[in-house]
Structures are given as C-alpha cells and as structure tokens.
Design a protein. Structure first.
Length: 159
C-alpha cells in the first residue's frame, strides 16, 4: 500500500502550521498595541451672544448640537435633547408648551421635569456660562437634572 503522505512532508506541514500560528499571534499582539480610538468633536461649544436669545425655548442649536436653549426672566439654561427613558430625541411643541418624545410618549415640562410617560427622570441640563465677551458657552459633558441643584450655576446662567 503506497504512502499518501511521507513522514518528511508531514513534519514540514506541522512546522509550517506552528510557524503560521506564531506569526498570527505576533500580529495580533502587535495590533493590540494600536487600539481603535474614536475621535469625537468636543462637547463644549460657543452658542453665540447670550443677548441674541429671545425669551422662551430656542431651537437654534437643536439639529447641530442636540440642545435647547431656554431663556427666562431670571436667566438662561440649556436642556440636552435626549430622553432619559431610552435616549430618543424629543421634540419641542410650542403650542403645548412641552417637550415630547415621539418613540414612547414621555412628556417633559419647559423646566425638563417629567409630566407623563415612562421616562424615569427629567431631561438633563448642560453646563452653561457667559464668557467675558458675552458669548454663551455650553458644555454637554457636565450634566445635572436634580431640582435645586440644576437651578444654580453652572447649570443656570443669570443674564
């Protein structure tokens, strides 16, 4: 009966498989040294002159930065347009004076408090400050939604 594979060929295949395994392991270890990094834009942005925002809810930065700027008689605060239920983007309904989430029906007041729906807590307020030049600087990386705390600096700017 003739040999299908010679002993010498079998040993070469074994050594080749071991070499391929070690090369693959070394390549994976080298790739580990260069992790995937997601470079995202800064969460802090300049919204323009604070005096330019009229009383009420401004949707000027809603599409670009996903925030609403709310001006009251006392000052300015910013709400992050992200529902606290599942992260959907609510809409501002001027005629109903409320924010409404189209996905699951959560409703929020102008202050960001939950009026109805499955949302467990109110909308997040972003850090807001007025620069020396009068520009409104908003930082979405610093958030707060507890009543009392959210109504003071740095989440509320007196203008």
């Amino acid at each position: 009966m003739p040999d299908l594979i010679k002993r010498r060929d079998f040993l070469w295949m074994g050594w080749s498989a071991l070499l391929a395994f070690l090369t693959g392991s070394a390549a994976a270890a080298a790739r580990f040294m260069f992790p995937n990094v997601l470079y995202e834009p800064s969460q802090k942005f300049n919204a323009g002159p604070a005096k330019d925002f009229p009383p009420g809810v401004s949707t000027l930065w809603f599409k670009k930065q996903r925030v609403w700027i709310v001006r009251t008689a006392q000052g300015i605060y910013t709400l992050w347009a992200r529902c606290t239920h599942l992260g959907c983007t609510p809409n501002w309904f001027l005629d109903q004076d409320r924010f409404g989430c189209p996905c699951h029906g959560s409703n929020f007041s102008r202050d960001g408090d939950v009026i109805a729906g499955p949302a467990p807590k109110g909308l997040w307020r972003c850090k807001v400050e007025v620069s020396a030049t009068g520009d409104l600087i908003i930082d979405k990386a610093v958030l707060e939604n507890r009543p009392g705390t959210r109504d003071k600096a740095p989440y509320f700017a007196e203008v």
